[in-house]
Design a protein around this ligand. Structure first.
Ligand SMILES: C[S@@+](CC[C@H](N)C(=O)[O-])C[C@H]1O[C@@H](n2cnc3c(N)ncnc32)[C@H](O)[C@@H]1O
Length: 503
């Protein structure tokens, strides 16, 4: 007979406490006189343990590390670079409780805490020796014997007339029963980070592997596909997104080569070739934060529109949208997605450099929209999501418009994105935006922290109303212009309030 507890590693501290508890005859008393059912003792894969032996044979030092080793794949898989799923077979001894099949459902609700949870492992199995019974698989890290049950659990067992008699069952684990992190921890060199997170873009898992993971890249890709339903392709980023169109250079690690992705974001559908355009699922909250600011009838200029995640929700809100992207592939998919989401009649699409877009179509539209004589109630927003460079493009607003300035509340609101590595990122972004505009933004701007991109690198969005002094050409001194509101020009290097917080 195998000694049941020896197989399940528990910490010395816990064992001491349990030992002390069970030296009293009252603790053992309720098991006195019970005998192991013969048919269970003889069932294949099952070894009964003798509760009376447990505490005298248990070694004092068992570590929690061993607890996690229990469900680790076999050590032989260490260093594997070509995935051999058959090498992950392993047998572990788990405690089981034999119960009548009629009470299984009621019992399982009460035993949630201690029931075994493994991917692809049934927690209740047929009893090979008795068609009327079932075996409930328990977590060996939580159940040492009958005394491991909590009061409430014991009470349900009693109500259902189940004797908390634990047997040992040899459970065969295969590749399917391990989690991706357990697999990678077992395969990659010991002590190295195995983080297996990825961005999901439709059927594509987009990984960003570290150098030490590269020798295992194909295996990692395949594990991601195997363990994540719906993922059929795994790619690794092979450059730092510094090319003009912000798309990633990527290598297919495993699975299909097809990079045509279909994604849902905030209830809209987007289709695109992920190898040729920019898409980041981590921006969905930011896309809705901005589009939530818009009201029906507002005008949105999206200078770096990508495949449409600001433009399409805005058009769906009945805004008039002007969307632009320099990448011909983004432009193509932007057109496609506007049709797909049935907003093509509300979005005017351009394939221009951002500066040309601002100085061409945006200028022409603003000249009309901001004409002081027209009665206009709706707002104008300009979104500029090219965080590596958008601030440079702010200079295109300088003296963009001629004529009499519109009233302050009708001036366009700019949402301009930027990265910052500075200790005070909000101040850094405010300072650089002001320098590009040639005007202080003072308190008239708010800076929103979008996300932490890398250690010490933040992505931020500065929002501000374009000052009339920036946007409008000063009008020549002319007695006819004397009714115009004065356009006060400010110095570029004006000081900013200290400690401006992210808002
Ligand atoms: C960071 S992506 C943002 C795309 C989209 N707005 C989003 O939130 O997913 C920046 C986009 O700007 C485009 N782009 C890069 N340089 C540009 C330029 N000079 N003029 C216009 N678009 C540009 C890229 O092709 C890319 O689609």
């Amino acid at each position: 007979m195998r000694v049941f507890l020896r197989r399940f590693g528990f910490s010395g501290r816990l064992l001491k406490a349990e030992s002390r508890k069970l030296t009293g005859s009252e603790s053992l008393g309720w098991l006195a006189g019970t005998s192991w059912p013969q048919q269970l003792r003889e069932a294949p894969g099952i070894v009964l343990s003798d509760p009376r032996q447990r505490f005298c044979t248990m070694p004092e030092m068992e570590t929690t590390e061993k607890d996690s080793e229990l469900f680790a794949p076999p050590p032989e898989v260490r260093g594997m670079t070509n995935l051999d799923r058959s090498a992950f077979k392993k047998t572990v001894a788990v405690p089981v409780l034999k119960v009548k099949k009629e009470i299984v459902n009621r019992l399982m609700r009460a035993l949630k805490r201690v029931a075994l949870q493994r991917p692809g492992v049934k927690r209740v199995i047929e009893d090979p020796a008795d068609g009327e019974s079932r075996l409930v698989l328990l977590d060996p890290r939580k159940v040492l014997g009958h005394d491991s049950f909590e009061k409430a659990e014991l009470s349900v067992l009693k109500q259902l007339n189940v004797h908390p008699q634990i047997a040992e069952y040899n459970l065969e684990l295969t590749y399917e029963n391990f989690k991706s992190e357990e697999i990678l921890r077992a395969v990659l060199p010991e002590g190295q980070d195995v983080t297996s997170s990825f961005s999901r873009v439709g059927h594509i898992a987009h990984l960003n592997l570290r150098d030490h993971q590269l020798p295992f890249k194909h295996l990692i890709g395949q594990v991601m596909i195997d363990k994540n339903p719906g993922i059929t392709s795994a790619v690794n980023k092979i450059n730092n997104i510094d090319n003009t169109y912000r798309n990633f250079q990527m290598e297919v690690l495993s699975g299909e080569e097809n990079m045509m992705a279909k994604v849902r974001e905030n209830n809209y559908t987007y289709e695109f070739d992920f190898s040729k355009v920019y898409w980041n699922p981590r921006l969905s909250t930011e896309h809705s934060r901005i589009t939530d600011l818009l009201h029906p009838g507002d005008v949105l200029f999206d200078v770096f529109a990508g495949v449409g995640p600001f433009a399409i929700p805005a058009a769906k809100k009945n805004c008039t949208v002007f969307a632009n992207d320099l990448n011909p592939e983004s432009h193509k998919w932007l057109l496609h997605n506007c049709k797909l989401n049935k907003v093509d009649h509300k979005v005017k699409i351009f394939n221009l450099d951002g500066k040309d877009f601002l100085q061409g179509p945006v200028r022409a539209e603003l000249m009309q929209q901001l004409e002081p004589a027209t009665e206009r109630k709706h707002a104008v927003h300009i979104v500029m999501n090219l965080p590596a460079r958008a601030i440079e493009f702010l200079s295109a607003f300088r003296l963009l418009l001629d004529g009499r300035p519109c009233s302050r509340e009708l001036l366009p609101v700019v949402h301009c994105y930027s990265f910052s590595r500075e200790a005070r990122p909000a101040e850094d972004v405010r300072r650089r935006a002001a320098a590009a505009l040639g005007s202080s933004l003072e308190a008239a701007s708010s800076v929103h922290l979008v996300r932490n991109v890398a250690p010490n690198k933040e992505m931020l969005c500065i929002s501000f109303r374009l000052p009339a002094a920036v946007l409008y050409r000063p009008r020549a001194a002319n007695p006819e212009n004397q009714d115009d509101p004065p356009v006060k020009r400010r110095r570029t290097d004006e000081a900013f309030p200290e400690g401006a917080a992210l808002s």
